[in-house]
Design a protein around this ligand. Structure first.
Ligand SMILES: [Zn+2]
Ligand SMILES: [Zn+2]
Ligand SMILES: [Zn+2]
Length: 490
């Protein structure tokens, strides 16, 4: 048996064996040039002596598609002696830098970070429903509703009508532009016509965009209305309601097929001390549902007179869905877990993912004309741009928000008492990672940190590797989740 079979050495491909030979080297160069840009970059990366450490970094950030690179040091000292307890510096890292997550919540921008964000959102919404993450489990027994608030109609659009014809009309009348007011087709899911106006000239694009621009304030009016209704019902002055009951909200905004935003919200009643406190007996789920209905109907905003369109009175749409969230087994309503999963799903979808807008702000009408979105969406963006030029609407910043069709709101918003925060969830995760690492036995320590931004993003080869890592991690967590589900059921 040959002792020097090279078991401990990396296997070298035949083509690399004789670099001294000119022809072999030329052949190698030729092969390298025949490779794609990604492959050449992969060869370069793999040749780096710190490649292993780089892989560890990218795995640690979950295969983030656009990592941010930082350079710096963190030194922890014993508070009394000044002795260094632990220190970390990027000096020994590949490129003397450390990758951190981009934390983008959008799946189209960074799939692994959006998955993480969806997970956080799930926990954030779920803990407000079933407890956990510093929220007491008792919230499960509280009056809780799942509410969907819609935008009003801005003109007839094609819709899927459960296998029925879209908008059947016997007499076949036409609008002033000569277009039929009815549609005899049966649209199925995925039909590109669904959500489009029957007549783009009849459609109230101005109303639609102005509604989006005021949707956040309308929501505020709605929540104020809910509290006012409860106060009136209990014969308590509005200003004193908080001494009896706390109303908590968590809401997400979602674009419908007609490119109008609607809101899904969890509404919960607690006692005056918040999630740990029982509300008074009069504060029932039925009363809360009544308050939601009356507040949705009453919420309105008057947009001041404009030369372009006169006045607009904006309110919520008549379509309103109010459902109790059930805590246990056979109660009527939606289950808390289903609600949390439903809400989390929408948070990772931005306007761009549903073809209802773009990832980035637009620079003008030419930009809008070239946008790869349906004509209806382009028309809404164009309306934003034109209205954004009016002095009386300047405060709505419609041009800056044309890519989201005038809607400036956050995807997820919640009231202070609802549950935990994204920051708290991130801190918990960082803490967990620290503790699974090296334990520091000292109690009193001082930490000095100096960090700076040194860049972001991947080279083509690195992007390929990161995507592979992200995919592996996603598959592993899916398998783990399935195993957990099986063991839980068993
Ligand atoms: Zn990322
Ligand atoms: Zn139709
Ligand atoms: Zn028309």
């Amino acid at each position: 048996m040959s002792a020097d079979s090279g078991a401990n050495f990396p296997r070298i491909p035949a083509s690399f064996v004789d670099p001294a030979s000119r022809s072999a080297e030329l052949a190698r160069q030729e092969r390298l040039h025949a490779l794609s840009e990604e492959d050449r970059d992969l060869v370069r990366l793999a040749g780096d002596p710190l490649f292993g450490r780089w892989l560890e970094q990218i795995t640690a950030v979950g295969g983030c598609a656009h990592p941010v690179y930082l350079s710096g040091t963190t030194i922890t000292r014993d508070a009394s002696t000044g002795e260094v307890v632990s220190s970390y510096s990027t000096a020994d890292e590949p490129g003397e830098r450390l990758a951190v997550r981009c934390r983008n919540r959008r799946a189209t921008v960074c799939a692994p970070c959006s998955r993480l964000h969806a997970g956080d959102t799930f926990h954030l919404v779920r803990s407000g429903l079933v407890g956990g993450k510093s929220v007491p489990d008792a919230v499960r027994g509280r009056p809780r509703l799942f509410v969907t608030l819609t935008a009003p109609g801005f003109g007839p659009v094609h819709h899927t009508a459960d296998g029925q014809r879209c908008r059947p009309r016997r007499d076949g009348p036409v609008c002033e532009h000569g277009r039929p007011l009815g549609c005899g087709q049966v649209h199925v899911d995925g039909d590109p016509l669904v959500g489009l106006p029957l007549c783009a000239d009849c459609y109230d694009y101005v109303g639609h965009v102005l509604w989006h621009a005021h949707a956040g304030r309308l929501w505020d009016r709605f929540t104020t209305g809910v509290r006012r209704h409860l106060a009136t019902a209990a014969e308590i002055p509005r200003s004193k309601l908080g001494r009896h009951v706390v109303v908590s909200f968590a809401k997400v905004a979602e674009y419908q097929r007609r490119a109008a935003v609607h809101f899904h919200a969890v509404v919960r009643l607690d006692g005056p001390a918040g999630p740990g406190d029982l509300p008074p007996a009069w504060a029932t789920g039925e009363l809360l549902a009544e308050a939601v209905r009356s507040a949705a109907a009453a919420a309105s905003i008057r947009v001041p007179e404009s030369h372009a369109f006169g006045t607009e009175l904006l309110g919520m749409g008549r379509e309103l869905d109010v459902r109790p969230i059930r805590a246990f087994g056979k109660d009527e309503g939606l289950s808390d877990d289903a609600v949390a999963a439903y809400v989390a799903k929408y948070v990772t979808k931005g306007a761009a993912d549903t073809a209802m807008g773009l990832d980035h702000a637009v620079s003008g009408l030419d930009d809008i004309r070239a946008a790869p979105v349906p004509g209806h969406v382009r028309a809404l963006m164009g309306t934003c741009w034109r209205l954004g030029g009016l002095a009386e609407l300047e405060h709505l910043r419609l041009r800056a928000w044309a890519h989201t069709l005038g809607f400036r709101g956050h995807v997820l918003t919640k009231s202070r008492h609802y549950s935990t925060t994204y920051a708290a969830l991130r801190a918990e995760r960082a803490d967990h990672q620290r503790h699974t690492g090296e334990e520091v036995g000292h109690l009193d320590t001082v930490t000095d940190a100096a960090w700076r931004y040194v860049g972001s993003g991947h080279t083509p080869g690195a992007a390929l590797l990161a995507a592979g890592i992200a995919e592996d991690l996603a598959t592993n967590s899916e398998i783990a989740r399935e195993e957990l589900a099986w063991s839980g059921e068993g």
